[in-house]
Write a protein that binds this ligand. Structure first.
Ligand code: NAP
Length: 369
């Protein structure tokens, strides 16, 4: 018996108009390994916003009940050519209760259980997902607590695993007061990993200090470079994860690392031999990445994304990391939400402008039912 519910889609047309719409949707009966989940919570993360709205002009969009129509800036149209004309579902992760299952024996055992999962279709009343990818939440974990069990928790675990695999001994993290940044502070404390947190306001310094961060530097302070080099010297952190992506931050981090690495060694125009690395893992700033090569030749800048990391970890690695997340869902990996909103509210002007700002402590949870 199929179920009729609702689903949000995002469609960009060749004339540069983005339509984000909530419409009725029929969810078919699950078969085989599939389960049908009634969604009870789905966070709005920056990665969801990149697909839902991208850089579309939300301030001047038209808003009708269940529908937003916004203009996409011309330069962005070129980068988004492949999505033109396609109606895309949105929402990477969430939690809910299994209401039906295919005939697979394991899928059947999940009926009535609360699960967390990744699907790319979470801004909806229901989702049809593979039972084998579900994280079964205990009775003591609410849908709100379980909704963000994948994206940010697995990313911070991935940061630390990547650091160890590549032979680094400490981390620098930017936009560090983010939801993810707060998890990283707690994880690094638990694992004894030295961490330098880069934030951009005094309030964010206070926030991270309050949860126990030792090294927090403020990029808005005039002596930012001094604070940064001091923290790198204290931690030996030569691997940075940069959520900002655009602008001068990546180059500044490499320059600060080299200042510390070259201290006390004979001068060479080629710099020190200490390897310095920045992974851009976010795109909070969409402007070009500016690198002034003032740090010799032992450096690299690359991209880091959760999905290829998980693919490399394999089924066994993913199961191990998910078990670690599950055991820390209400502590290390807890997410905090500014507000809970319905699917309908999600497409109203003030609410959309608020969650699209991606401000510190302002993550929203979509509660469809
Ligand atoms: N690569 C991956 O696989 C992966 C996986 C998960 C998450 N991510 C990325 O991780 C980042 C954090 O995610 P989240 O869910 O934790 O975000 P969040 O809680 O919404 O926090 C966003 C943070 O970014 C700051 N920020 C926004 N624009 C900025 C800018 N231009 N320069 C400096 N700081 C800025 C905000 O500070 P203000 O209050 O000062 O604006 C806020 O602290 C996002 O960029 C996301 O895309 C990437």
């Amino acid at each position: 018996m199929s179920v009729t519910g609702k689903q949000i889609t995002s469609t960009l047309t060749a004339d540069g108009l983005l339509t984000v719409e909530l419409a009725d949707h029929t969810f078919p009966d699950p078969t085989g390994h599939e389960v049908l989940v009634k969604i009870e919570g789905a966070p709005i993360n920056p990665s969801d916003l990149a697909l839902l709205f991208g850089p579309a002009d939300l301030a001047n969009a038209t808003y009708a009940p269940g529908k937003v129509v916004a203009h996409m800036p011309e330069p962005a149209m070129r980068a988004m050519a492949v999505r033109v004309g396609h109606s895309l579902t949105v929402g990477n992760e969430g939690a809910g209760t299994v209401i039906a299952a295919g005939d697979d024996a394991y899928a059947q055992t999940l009926i009535g259980k609360r699960v967390s999962f990744v699907s790319g279709r979470m801004y909806a009343s229901h989702a049809l997902v593979d039972a084998r990818g579900c994280l079964v939440l205990g009775d003591d974990i609410s849908a709100e607590q379980g909704a963000g069990a994948f994206v940010n928790p697995l990313t911070v675990l991935g940061f630390v695993e990547t650091m160890r695999a590549e032979g680094f001994n400490g981390l620098i993290h930017t936009a560090a007061a983010s939801n993810l940044g707060q998890m990283l502070v707690k994880l690094c404390q638990a694992e004894g990993v030295p961490l330098v947190n880069v934030v951009r306001s005094a309030e964010q310094v206070a926030l991270l200090k309050a949860i126990g961060a030792e090294h927090v530097v403020n990029s808005s302070d005039v002596d930012f470079m001094g604070q940064l080099t001091e923290a790198i010297a204290a931690t030996g952190a030569y691997l940075a994860y940069d959520a900002i992506g655009g602008g001068r931050m990546a180059g500044t981090l490499l320059a600060a690392m080299e200042q510390v690495a070259s201290k006390g060694i004979p001068y060479s125009p080629y710099g020190s031999n200490v390897m310095k690395k920045v992974y851009a893992y976010g795109m909070l700033d969409l402007s070009p990445t500016v690198i002034n090569r003032s740090f010799g030749f032992a450096w690299s800048v690359g991209g880091w994304l959760l999905t290829p990391f998980l693919a490399k970890a394999g089924m066994e690695g993913q199961a191990r990391l998910s078990a670690q997340v599950l055991s820390g869902l209400t502590t290390t990996f807890a997410s905090h939400y500014k507000a809970k909103i319905s699917l309908e509210e999600m497409l109203t002007r003030d609410v959309a402008m608020a969650y699209n700002a991606k401000a510190t402590g302002e993550k929203f949870l979509v509660v469809p039912s």
